[in-house]
Design a protein around this ligand. Structure first.
Ligand code: ACO
Length: 338
């Protein structure tokens, strides 16, 4: 009988735009303050893409870095998944542009689960490997949210940033991606949305006048409360199924929407503060990119070592949420390419 086939992480990378936008940039433009943003969200600055940067360019930069850490050549990649809710264009997929930039020749597609996109992508990528449909899968989370932010809406524009993160998956005999949970409640789709620009409501002059081509969040407090409960429930379900207690986790890498959400999540799960990765201060909420960026930065900072148990957990528009339980297998930083 052949051995079980699992998926493991073999490479990681991230990329941020050049331009740093501190909280002070918003002061004077809208009624807000550096103090309010820092205290309510934990954000001090974020990166906004410049004119020559886009979702595909950041995705390709992050993917290249991930491939480098695993010494993987373009010909070795069997599948590319780009998780994004701010695509390069309506048609074709962002993955088309990323595939070309990376000189890959594999099937490639976009996946939109908003801020939960990377968690969804990791689950789909791992399942492809387990099924024997692919050997090496690149999963990228990439966003340029600054292009859909209403810079006159203080309840959203201060929260988000641009960036990309990528993970390379490959087959293994032991589980690296141990398990995933994916969930969505479409009845709450209107809570966080860009109303115009799709098939239901194309962009019109009138729509632009009413700023309907920008991101809207109807009830930030409700999103906040639901995020904490849904992420804690997803984390608990995945841990219980695997017979693992919260104390066994080296790190919980949650979607970086708000430092207060992550602190509340940690308390609800009974975690020590040191187990919760909070890396929002200089990045902001980068939606599908937030988990792979935080993961890459935690790993390069030496916070994650081989064999550690790591839980990723996310919540976002849809409303969508999910979690992945991971046995850490990426090579330690300092090895060639890392
Ligand atoms: N500067 C100053 N004041 C502000 C700002 C701002 N940027 N934004 C809102 N306020 C005001 C509000 O108008 C309100 O004023 P009022 O009391 O006079 O009405 C006051 O501050 C308090 O507002 P709250 O909404 O109660 O503030 P809260 O502490 O809840 O923080 C926040 C708001 C940061 C949006 C929080 O609710 C949050 O993080 N929500 C979750 C967001 C999230 O997780 N999104 C994830 C998904 S994103 C995706 O999927 C693409």
């Amino acid at each position: 009988m052949s051995a079980e086939r699992y998926a493991k992480l073999s490479g990681l990378g991230s990329a941020l735009p050049e331009r740093v936008v501190p909280n002070s940039w918003f002061e004077g433009r809208i009624e807000t303050s550096d103090e309010w943003i820092r205290e309510r969200t934990g954000i001090r600055s974020r990166r906004f893409a410049g004119p020559s940067e886009s979702t595909a360019s950041l995705a390709a930069d992050a993917a290249r870095a991930a491939m480098r850490t695993a010494a993987a050549q373009p010909s070795a990649i069997d599948l590319l998944i780009v998780a994004t809710c701010t695509p390069e264009r309506f048609i074709p997929s962002t993955a088309s542009f990323v595939q070309a930039r990376l000189e890959l020749s594999c099937p490639s597609f976009d996946l939109n689960a908003a801020c939960a996109g990377f968690v969804y992508g990791l689950s789909v990528g791992a399942a492809q490997i387990r099924a024997g449909a692919a050997d090496r899968v690149l999963v990228v989370g990439a966003e340029v949210l600054s292009r859909v932010l209403d810079m006159s809406d203080r309840t959203t524009c201060v929260l988000f940033g641009d960036g990309a993160g990528a993970a390379l998956l490959e087959p293994s005999e032991e589980p690296g991606i141990i398990d995933s949970l994916l969930a969505l409640d479409g009845r709450q789709a209107e809570l966080l949305t860009v109303p115009a620009g799709g098939s239901a409501e194309p962009v019109t002059h009138e729509g632009i006048e009413h700023r309907r081509n920008y991101l809207r969040m109807l009830d930030g407090q409700s999103v906040f409360r639901q995020a904490v409960v849904a992420m804690a429930d997803a984390a608990t379900a995945v841990l219980q199924k695997a017979g693992i207690g919260p104390a066994d986790l080296r790190a919980v890498i949650g979607h970086q929407a708000n430092a207060r959400i992550l602190t509340a999540l940690g308390k609800r799960l009974g975690l020590e503060p040191g187990q919760v990765v909070i890396d929002i201060a200089e990045v902001g909420n980068t939606s599908a990119a937030s988990i792979p960026i935080a993961m890459d930065r935690a790993w390069r900072a030496g916070r994650l070592s081989p064999n550690d148990l790591v839980l990723t957990v996310a919540f976002g528009a849809g409303l969508s949420w999910g979690a992945n339980l991971i046995r850490w297998t990426a090579p330690p930083p300092g090895t060639p390419g890392v």
